[in-house]
Ligand binder design. Structure first.
Ligand SMILES: [Fe+2]
Length: 225
């Protein structure tokens, strides 16, 4: 009885936020070298993109999370709300780039090899062919104004593939809560400008030579059993 009362009281007691330990994030390693995607994407772009741009999103995300933790501890509702934009932008940048690196692979390791099995069938059913899918994603990526991403996603609710774009660093889940990203292409200028200058369509044309369809297939099969 006494023990039970003690456990119940302990479970109901709020855990002081300052004591829970804040999870922060760090830059994930790439599974390949910076120059291994050449000539489709230069080593210089890959290095700056990973070490500078992705790192900056992580640094700022962690900073925002620490500020959020402090704001919650103080019960500062206004500060909690004020931090949401920075969390969405920098956290989205970390989420999106973490997927993007996995979406790429050197040609010697299967980059550009068309998908097989169930994902290949789903692409044919939804878009007619892989070539049609690529053309549609390239058209949407080229037409996207400003900075953002073009995605191939799985709609888990309707069990179909979708193409979508997001602005800035919005992750695909902001388009719909049931959307799972299979493939995301970064169309920010920092992803191509050093090599392709203003010609985004050439970058989009060439990136398919190093797309890691194996990763997209694994996610598809896991999320669509
Ligand atoms: Fe990027």
């Amino acid at each position: 009885m006494a023990l039970r009362t003690l456990i119940t009281r302990k479970a109901l007691r709020p855990v002081p936020i300052g004591f829970r330990g804040l999870q922060t994030f760090s830059l994930p390693d790439l599974a390949y070298g910076y120059g291994d995607l050449e000539p489709a994407i230069s080593g210089e772009i890959m290095q700056i993109h990973h070490q500078k741009h992705h790192q900056a999103y992580i640094t700022n995300y962690n900073k925002s999370l620490e500020q959020l933790d402090a704001a919650i501890s103080k019960g500062d509702a206004s500060a909690v709300v004020k931090l949401q934009a920075a969390i969405k932008f920098n956290g989205g940048g970390h989420v999106n780039h973490s997927i993007f690196w996995k979406n790429l692979a050197p040609i010697s390791e299967g980059g550009g090899e068309p998908p097989k099995s169930t994902l290949a069938m789903a692409i044919d059913n939804n878009f007619g062919s892989l070539e049609a899918l690529i053309q549609k994603m390239n058209a949407e990526g080229a037409a996207l104004q400003g900075s953002g991403w073009v995605w191939l996603g799985l709609d888990k609710e309707f069990k179909r593939l979708v193409i979508a774009t997001t602005a800035n660093q919005d992750p695909l889940v902001t388009v719909g809560p049931n959307l799972v990203p299979l493939l995301g292409i970064d169309v920010w200028e920092h992803a191509y400008y050093l090599q392709y200058k203003n010609v985004r369509p050439d970058y989009l044309k060439n990136i398919w030579k190093v797309i890691n369809w194996k990763y997209a297939s694994e996610v598809f099969e896991k999320e669509n059993p």
